[in-house]
Structures are given as structure tokens and as C-alpha cells.
Write a protein that binds this ligand. Structure first.
Ligand code: GLA
Length: 388
């Protein structure tokens, strides 16, 4: 047993007494290789689950009370699933609360529990710490309720929890990958049909580096919701001229080029990003299958440039990380990952260049931006489940 697990179990014992029937659940965070801001446009994404997760150790209770203690914040939340009271709508507690509320609405026979929660996904860093706590909670609650919900449906329910209880109108990518990921692979997800294909991430000569800007994300949520509205507006306007447009997913690059002029400039730029990004995701799947990592890197670079210039969700700190990476020999490509406005960048880099890149980021990034640099090599991991 590793140190972390020991700490979690000890804390559980200290708070709730030695439970015989203690069970442990985990759900990972993610990076997205490519396909940014496409999920809520019914488009395509290509995420990877990372080797950082939220872990919950819990024992079931006979009543409906849920008591969860977060080791990282030294804070406990308590609510009663039979009445869903008191309502929790601030802090980390709103994530497990939201999931329980959505599952209760689905008529899952929730049981109470005493749990200790601990996370290794950095919070607010765009690596889906929220999806990981939601999915870890959902996995635990379903196990205690002895209810099996298919992974794609559970992802949808966690997305609803985030939309309704955390106020972010996010898409389905983060909970989806947190649940359905498999080790050493990426998932190619069609966010309309929810069909997905497991794509081996078979890159022994390359590493995937994650670098955190450490920049507070400020107004990220409201800007995210605004982008979403702009996309919906674009689909609506284009739908007046092109048949069968339900979402930007339905607009091909050629059609877009032909009708771009019907859109206000800002909306046109947002749409252009999404439409071409969908195309890049499909090309990226091919590159992974053919193991053409140089080409994948080039697509990642194009994706970042488009997010910076057309979708306008990058920021100076993300651009700085990406620039440092691109100047480094052995880097195939680099881009921001996740919603943007801060958070993390990823770089696909030859193994022998990893150290040079890490050193360059640690040296140059704080000097340029004033924020500390956090860099690590991430391993594509498996999805949520019970640790036995
Ligand atoms: C956030 C959201 C996702 C997705 C990305 C951008 O991570 O939670 O649903 O929209 O931003 O690709």
C-alpha cells in the first residue's frame, strides 16, 4: 500500500472508526490531445486519462446520510440523500452533492456513507479535477446502491451535475474520459452519438508533458458559457442557409467557407475554429494509428494557434509555455489543453528531450510570467473504478 492510501485509510479510521467493509474508489483527471471546445458542438475529441485522480475511501451507512471529509481542505460536508438537504452550492462539496442529487432524480436508491476524499489532480488547472471528484462520487454511490449504470450514461449524469450544480455549461468530454479511459490509450469520442473508439497511444519514443501555468482562472466560467452561446448562434445562422444543421458538427469546412459572410465576425471566427478543429481530430486519429507523431505534433500546433487567434481562449501564460516548448529540439508539438484562460499546456516530446524541455520551462516560464512552473510527464491511465 502506498503512503497516500495509508493516509486516506488512517483518516477514515480516525474519523469514523474501523469499518470492516471499507471500499475505495478512484476516478482520474484528463488531458485532451486535441479537439478543444468541440464537445458541446456535438463534435469530436481525443482525450487521455492521466495518472492523477480523486480517491474516496468509504463505508456504507444504514441511513441516508452522506458524510465526506476532504483531506486536502480539512473540511467535511454532510447531507441527507433522502431529502437532499442541506443544499450545498459552494466549495468542493457541491460536486458530490450535485452528483447525488442527479442520481436521486434518476431514482437510484442512494445509501448514505462515511468517506474520506483525496485528490492528486491539481485544482483549477484545467485537468478536470471537478469531473474526477464527480465521477469518483458517482462510482461510489452506484456501488453502494448496487446499481449499474452504463459508462456513457454515467458520464452524462455527471455532466448534468456540473451544469446544474457547479454552473458551468460544460460538455461531456471530461466525465466521459474519466470513466471510460483505458491504460495506454486515447479515446476518440463522437460527442453526439457517444460512440467511441479506443486508440492505442503507442509512442515509446515520446512522452506527454503537462505544464501548469499556475495562473488563477478568473472569469473562465463566464467566458466559457459565452463561447458556447456564440457557437450556438453560429449554428443557428448557418442553418438558415445550409440544410440539416443542428450543431456546428454538421458544417463541413467547405460549406463554412462558402457561407462565412452571413456571420458576424466574432461568431465566424469561433465557428471556424470549431469546424476545422473537428477535422484536425479526425486527422489526429489517423496519425496515432500510423504512429506519425511528427504530423500529430503539427496538428497540435495548429490547434493551439486556432484557440489563440480564432477562439481566443488562450492567454499569455499558456502561449509562453507553448512557445518555450516549440523552441526546444525534439518537441513534435505543443498546445493548451482544456477550456483555456489559464490551466495547462501539453507537449509531445521525444524521450531524450524531456529533461531539456523541463529545464527550459522551469527556468524561463517564471522569469517571463512571474508564476511558478509545474511540469510533469503524464502516463495515459485507466478510467474510474473500485480499487480492490
Ligand atoms: C472544459 C469542459 C469540456 C470541454 C473543454 C474544452 O474542460 O469541461 O467539456 O468543453 O473545456 O474542450
Amino acid at each position: 500500500m502506498n503512503e497516500r492510501m495509508k493516509r486516506i485509510l488512517e483518516e477514515h479510521g480516525r474519523r469514523y472508526g474501523q469499518g470492516q467493509d471499507i471500499r475505495v474508489f478512484r476516478a482520474p483527471g484528463r488531458v485532451n490531445l486535441i479537439g478543444e471546445h468541440t464537445d458541446y458542438n456535438d463534435g469530436f475529441v481525443l482525450p487521455i486519462a492521466i495518472d492523477r485522480d480523486t480517491t474516496i475511501a468509504a463505508t456504507p451507512r444504514k441511513d441516508g446520510l452522506i458524510r465526506l471529509h476532504a483531506l486536502d481542505f480539512d473540511e467535511t460536508v454532510v447531507f441527507d440523500t433522502h431529502r437532499m438537504e442541506p443544499r450545498i452550492n459552494t466549495g468542493w462539496g457541491r460536486y458530490p452533492y450535485g452528483v447525488a442529487a442527479v442520481l436521486a432524480r434518476e431514482h437510484v436508491a442512494l445509501r448514505g456513507c462515511d468517506g474520506v476524499v483525496q485528490g492528486t489532480v491539481p485544482i483549477g488547472a484545467g485537468l478536470s479535477s471537478s469531473a474526477s471528484i464527480e465521477m469518483a462520487t458517482a462510482t461510489m454511490l452506484c456501488a453502494f446502491a448496487e446499481t449499474e449504470i452504463p459508462g456513457t450514461r454515467l458520464a452524462r449524469l455527471c455532466q448534468m451535475a456540473e451544469n446544474e450544480y457547479a454552473g458551468v455549461n460544460c460538455g461531456i468530454m471530461d466525465p466521459f474520459i474519466s470513466r471510460l479511459a483505458q491504460p495506454h490509450t486515447a479515446l476518440f469520442i463522437d460527442c453526439r452519438s457517444l460512440d467511441y473508439t479506443i486508440i492505442p497511444f503507442d509512442a515509446p519514443d515520446y512522452a506527454l508533458i503537462v505544464a501548469n501555468t499556475n495562473r488563477p482562472r478568473g472569469l473562465a466560467d463566464s467566458a466559457y458559457n459565452e463561447r458556447r452561446r456564440e457557437c450556438e448562434e453560429g449554428a443557428r445562422l448557418l442553418g438558415r442557409h445550409i440544410e440539416n444543421i443542428r450543431a456546428l458538427r454538421d458544417v463541413t469546412p467547405a460549406r463554412f467557407d462558402a457561407h462565412r459572410s452571413v456571420l458576424p465576425d466574432i461568431v465566424a471566427r469561433r465557428c471556424e475554429h470549431v469546424i476545422r478543429e473537428n477535422d484536425r481530430v479526425m486527422q489526429s486519429v489517423e496519425t496515432l494509428i500510423k504512429r506519425d507523431f511528427a504530423r500529430l505534433g503539427a496538428l497540435m500546433n495548429d490547434s493551439h494557434d486556432s484557440l489563440r487567434d480564432l477562439y481566443e481562449v488562450s492567454c499569455r501564460e499558456l502561449d509562453t509555455l507553448v512557445d518555450i516548448a516549440r523552441r526546444c529540439d525534439g518537441v513534435a508539438g505543443a498546445r493548451m489543453t482544456g477550456a483555456g484562460f489559464g490551466g495547462c499546456a501539453i507537449a509531445l516530446v521525444k524521450i531524450e528531450a524531456v529533461e531539456t524541455l523541463e529545464t527550459a520551462i522551469r527556468r524561463e516560464y517564471p522569469q517571463i510570467t512571474g508564476y511558478p512552473a509545474d511540469v510533469y510527464v503524464c502516463q495515459p491511465s485507466g478510467g474510474a473504478g473500485e480499487i480492490v
